[in-house]
Write a protein that binds this ligand. Structure first.
Ligand code: FAD
Length: 402
């Protein structure tokens, strides 16, 4: 970006701008921390208490784009002990009976030194660290457990404030600001459960494409795994409500040969899935980040990583504002524009994957076999697909940041 002398005067003043971030989930909290580290003053609010924010039973697949952001924000080393790396990814088309493997050699050279394709991180240690760091920061005012904010942030904000909606898929701020929003409910839902398995490779993540929907099996360390099992929503709900013995035997029937379930470790949950996108990520000084702006199918573990690429791009822009390289008044517009390609391509790619693999259509069978054959035998196709998944499609033609 070129430094324009016209903006230089406003550069120093930029740090006096205040961000009001509504929603302290993984996206809002990480953004607030990044902004505070840049010297901005941040008010971060959530209707949940710290205990409820910590209390979600879910695990995230962390990609290399998220690794870079966590490293930049000084969080990576503290999280490394809490994460489970996986060095291979097994892709099965269970209907076409074809398998392909990805491993560390398929990563771009800049990522290989990490010796992992990705990491599985539990929600609690992540949020614990984020809240701990936020509490220590003198640039952050944390307002948790605010059942209904005393004042509407859209009204309360002064002209130098930016308001960030990180308040999740049902974003109240997005709706109040009437940001154009497109949403499509999938017929599929998703069941998540933590399990103990025998016979599974401890350092391998599995993505099984089944006609009813994809299923991911993610290593949590030792013999613990999380399954993210997509299927018609009502079937997910019935399975979640069934007895542990029934659920375990249903799982046993579909896991790869030699992999068996030993024990259920939490209460399985079923939730609906949707594809949604705000057609612009700003209105006035309101910015949308994370699931307030978009949502996609969990296939390929893109969800949270996509949310964190919003954070990463926004932080690059606020840094440029701080240095006077761009005008504060153009921040929101530039942010909205620079996220367009990444969001559209990931949403489209995940949707196409679901349409292509979640069916019994015999006409698609030759193409599915060909796709798995190419992934198995052509290394540059494996590299390209893995890079799109882990670095984001927007980086395919670029050199990776160090
Ligand atoms: C049931 C369920 C299970 C999931 N399981 C997995 C999984 O296993 N693995 C995975 O990778 N992803 C999973 N996901 C997706 C993942 O949780 C999201 O990608 C991630 O949480 C998005 O983070 P976010 O911060 O953008 O939104 P959220 O995590 O939704 O955070 C939004 C925050 O805003 C707060 N908020 C909402 N409205 C207001 C308001 N009016 N005022 C103040 N605060 C407000 C909420 O309390 C919440 O803390 C799951 C999602 C759901 C719904």
């Amino acid at each position: 970006m070129t430094a324009d002398p016209q903006f230089r005067d406003s550069a120093v003043k930029a740090v006096h701008h205040q961000f009001r971030v509504v929603g302290a989930g993984p996206t809002g909290s990480l953004l607030a921390l990044g902004l505070a580290q840049q010297g901005f003053f941040v008010v971060l609010s959530d209707r949940l208490s710290a205990e409820l924010l910590l209390n979600r039973s879910r695990a995230y697949a962390i990609t290399h784009s998220s690794r870079r952001l966590l490293q930049d924000l000084g969080l990576w080393t503290a999280l490394l002990d809490q994460m489970e790396p996986f060095c291979s990814l097994r892709l099965d088309d269970c209907f076409a009976h074809r398998t392909a493997w990805f491993n560390v050699r398929d990563l771009r050279p800049g990522n290989r030194s990490s010796e992992a394709i990705g990491w599985i991180l539990d929600h609690r240690p992540l949020m614990n660290l984020l809240l701990e760091r936020l509490e220590c920061s003198d640039h952050v005012e944390l307002q948790l457990d605010q059942a209904s904010p005393a004042e509407d942030p859209l009204v309360k904000a002064c002209s130098r404030d930016w308001i960030v909606a990180a308040d999740g898929p049902r974003s109240m701020l997005r709706r109040r600001a009437e940001v154009p929003f497109w949403s499509h409910a999938y017929q599929q839902g998703c069941l998540t459960a933590k399990l103990r398995l025998t016979g599974a490779d401890q350092h391998c993540a599995y993505e099984l494409f089944r006609p009813e929907g994809p299923m991911a099996v993610l290593p949590l360390g030792q013999d613990r795994y999380q399954v993210v099992w997509s299927a018609p929503l009502q079937r997910c709900r019935d399975r979640a409500a069934s007895s542990p013995a029934e659920l375990l035997s249903a799982l046993d029937a579909i896991l790869p040969d030699g992999v068996n379930v030993v024990q259920l470790l939490d209460d399985p949950g079923a939730f609906p899935l949707e594809l949604s996108l705000a057609l612009r990520l700003h209105r006035g000084s309101l910015l949308l980040v994370g699931e307030a702006a978009h949502r996609c199918h969990p296939v390929g573990g893109q969800g949270l990583n996509l949310c964190w690429r919003d954070v990463s791009d926004l932080l690059n822009l606020t840094e440029a504002v701080r240095h006077g390289d761009i005008a504060p008044t153009s921040l929101a517009r530039r942010y909205s524009r620079c996220r367009r390609f990444d969001l559209a391509s990931v949403l489209l790619a995940t949707d196409l994957l679901i349409r292509f693999f979640s069916n019994h259509n015999p006409l698609l069978m030759p193409f599915r076999r060909l796709a798995l054959f190419m992934l198995k035998n052509v290394s540059w196709i494996r590299r390209l697909s893995l890079s799109a998944m882990t670095d984001g499609p927007g980086t395919l033609l670029k050199t990776l940041p160090k």
